[in-house]
Design a protein around this ligand. Structure first.
Ligand SMILES: Nc1nc2c(ncn2[C@@H]2O[C@H](COP(=O)(O)OP(=O)(O)OP(=O)(O)O)[C@@H](O)[C@H]2O)c(=O)[nH]1
Ligand SMILES: [Mg+2]
Length: 600
């Protein structure tokens, strides 16, 4: 009784489209050559992004459900450590490369390790050393992330699989860290297993996950433990739990499989066994799903940007042709007029910048306000936690006990708040950028129209700069929350006070400590979000300057070039006109073909 999610685009079509796009980009780059090096670089960048596009697929679930084994099965090799005790403690990113290597990044700016791998056993040893709770307890080595580059066909289409620490294992805050991480991924596979059935912790986790990502698929692992009849019962049960307990309303896609049998089948290259294991269906589904997803987002953006670049060159060519054909006096006076017009545009440019600066400042004010609110919220939360602990204990708990309790609660609370605030700010950022992209589009259109009107060249169809991408590589933040020790100077005097006064003294000392601790952690949240805002605006402002400058200089350069030709190389003028007209025709064809790809 699987529910079906329609996949509209098939994998072969996607590959075909990608190949055509790559070919057209190559043709455009060739056509432009060195004479338009600026646009050639833009197109080369687009091609690189097309080839490098990534799809981040996170594998999540409670500890010991078989996440790492499932990834090994997808890779066809036992690369990631798996065992009967909780294993994975650090997220591991696995992506395609012809050569096998492992890259280990550390917290606190320590130099990363880049290890070339000679044989596969070596990868297992390295991963064992860095990502497992056993060899790297409490992340004593300060690892932030491990990346494995591995030559397997399944990854060759740009999929990055991410193995994550199990939720509900030793560290409660893993759940919050996982949720924050998840919001940055493209899709997630949640691994459940036959043995044991979903726990309360898992169900709570599913609820939260559904709020953060829309593309989640479920895996019911370890079906080798049961018969086919029992499997139907188990599936019905899982659907019921997901619907009724986790409250999932959307269609649920569930794959029952045995990662262990799938891995064995891959190792002996047995397709029949692979199908029986259930892994085959999952792989086919993922390939199609990822192809469709990538096709619909980045792909369209690349086409749009390529068309935009080619249209700009067309305008430049049209201007040069027109200028070459015009009497020199007339073209010079038109150029003068255009320069006057662009000088007038300065004030409009300034007002766009002012509007952006205004939104930038308002967003920073919003962040400050949210942090203030968060301070109040954190203070009353932790005060309650500490007071409950003190009033519930018959004997007064030791400072160490209280510190341990706070240290456990700090990452859970702040991780959650960081995730929420990040999500709110990102939404606002995207809104601001989109709004200004529209305004800017209108302005660039105005510059183009002015050039077209003044020089009387044919109108070239509208195009827009498209969306600026805010998406970054997903990052997993580990071990950064402040849980400093409670200062206990003077605490020895406590014992001389009666119990009620003693409790008061302790509560007062703790409140002071909490205040400090909350300030430090909120500053951490504030700083990391502030960095994101500043980076985005810096990047956006510099892009804007570039776009405006390009649009203006494009016209001036094209006309000035023609004036030079007419003044100093009169005999080459008619050859130049022919050459430019030929290139212009070829550009029109390329634009038509690029736009046709969308319809395939
Ligand atoms: N029978 C059976 N056992 C499996 C299957 N998949 C995984 N296991 C076993 O389950 C145990 C846990 O597997 P792991 O892959 O380490 O699980 P994990 O979810 O990555 O665990 P953590 O990293 O600790 O969160 C190991 O002993 C695996 O051999 C399966 O399909 N069938
Ligand atoms: Mg694991």
């Amino acid at each position: 009784m699987e529910e079906i999610i329609n996949i509209k685009t098939s994998e072969p079509t996607k590959i075909l489209k990608e190949n055509i796009l790559e070919e057209l980009l190559d043709k455009s780059i060739c056509l432009l050559g060195k004479s338009h090096s600026h646009y050639m670089n833009i197109l080369q960048d687009l091609k690189l992004r097309l080839l490098e596009q990534r799809f981040h697929l996170a594998i999540l679930g409670q500890f010991k459900r078989g996440k790492s084994t499932l990834i090994n099965a997808l890779l066809g090799e036992s690369i990631l450590p798996s065992a009967i005790i909780p294993v994975t403690a650090i997220p591991t990113f696995i992506s395609y490369s012809k050569h096998v290597s492992v890259y280990v990044s550390f917290l606190n700016g320590k130099d990363p390790l880049n290890i070339d791998i000679q044989n596969k056993d070596q990868i297992r040893d390295i991963l064992n050393n860095y990502v497992t709770e056993n060899k790297n307890p409490n992340n004593n080595l300060g690892v932030s992330k491990v990346e494995v580059f591995y030559p397997v066909e399944f990854l060759s289409n740009g999929i990055v699989i991410i193995d994550t620490p199990g939720i509900g294992s030793t560290h409660r805050h893993n759940t919050e860290t996982t949720l924050n991480f998840l919001a940055q991924c493209d899709a997630a596979l949640i691994v459940l297993s036959i043995d044991p059935p979903p726990t309360e912790v898992e169900i709570e986790f599913f609820k939260e996950v559904c709020l953060k990502v829309s593309r989640i698929f479920f895996i019911l692992n370890k079906i080798d433990y049961i018969s086919p009849d029992e499997r139907n019962v188990a599936e019905e049960f899982i659907y019921k739990v997901l619907r009724e307990k986790a409250g999932i309303k959307e269609p649920i896609k569930l794959f029952s499989l045995s990662a262990r049998l799938g891995l064995e089948a891959k190792k002996i290259n047995d397709l029949q066994k692979l199908k029986e294991s259930g892994l085959y269906d999952l792989e086919e589904f993922l390939k199609q799903f990822i192809a469709q997803d990538k096709a619909s987002t980045l792909f369209d953006a690349i086409i749009k940007k390529a068309v935009n670049a080619l249209q700009n060159i067309r305008l430049e060519l049209e201007l040069s042709i027109k200028a070459l054909k015009m009497p020199i006096g007339e073209i010079e006076s038109k150029l003068k007029l255009f320069k006057q017009k662009t000088a007038e545009m300065e004030s409009r440019k300034d007002s766009i910048r002012d509007m952006i600066a205004g939104d930038h400042n308002r967003l920073l004010e919003f962040l400050e306000k949210e942090c203030l609110g968060l301070k109040e919220k954190a203070y009353s939360h932790f005060k309650k936690v500490v007071e409950t602990k003190i009033s519930n204990s018959r004997a007064i708990p030791s400072y160490q006990d209280i510190h341990d309790m706070i240290a456990e609660e700090v990452p859970v609370f702040f991780e959650h708040e960081l995730g929420n605030l990040q999500q709110t700010i990102n939404k606002k950022l995207i809104g601001i950028i989109e709004k200004h992209c529209k305004i800017l589009d209108e302005f660039l259109e105005y510059i183009r129209n002015s050039a077209e009107d003044i020089f009387e060249v044919p109108h070239i169809s509208n195009n827009s700069i498209g969306k600026i991408e805010l998406k970054r590589k997903p990052y997993w933040i580990t071990g950064k929350w402040s849980t400093s020790e409670i200062p206990i100077s003077g605490a020895f005097l406590d014992i001389f006070f009666p119990l009620s006064l003693r409790k008061k003294r302790i509560t007062k000392r703790l409140n002071e400590h909490l205040e400090q601790l909350i300030l430090e952690n909120i500053e951490h949240i504030r700083y990391s979000i502030l960095q994101n805002i500043e980076d985005t605006f810096t990047h956006f402002n510099s892009e804007i300057d570039k776009w405006i400058k390009e649009s203006i200089s494009l016209t001036q350069d094209a006309v000035e070039w023609a004036i030079e030709k007419k003044k100093h190389k009169v005999n080459e003028v008619s050859d130049e006109i022919n050459k430019l007209e030929k290139t212009n025709k070829e550009l029109i064809n390329l634009i038509v073909e690029l736009e046709k790809i969308k319809e395939i």
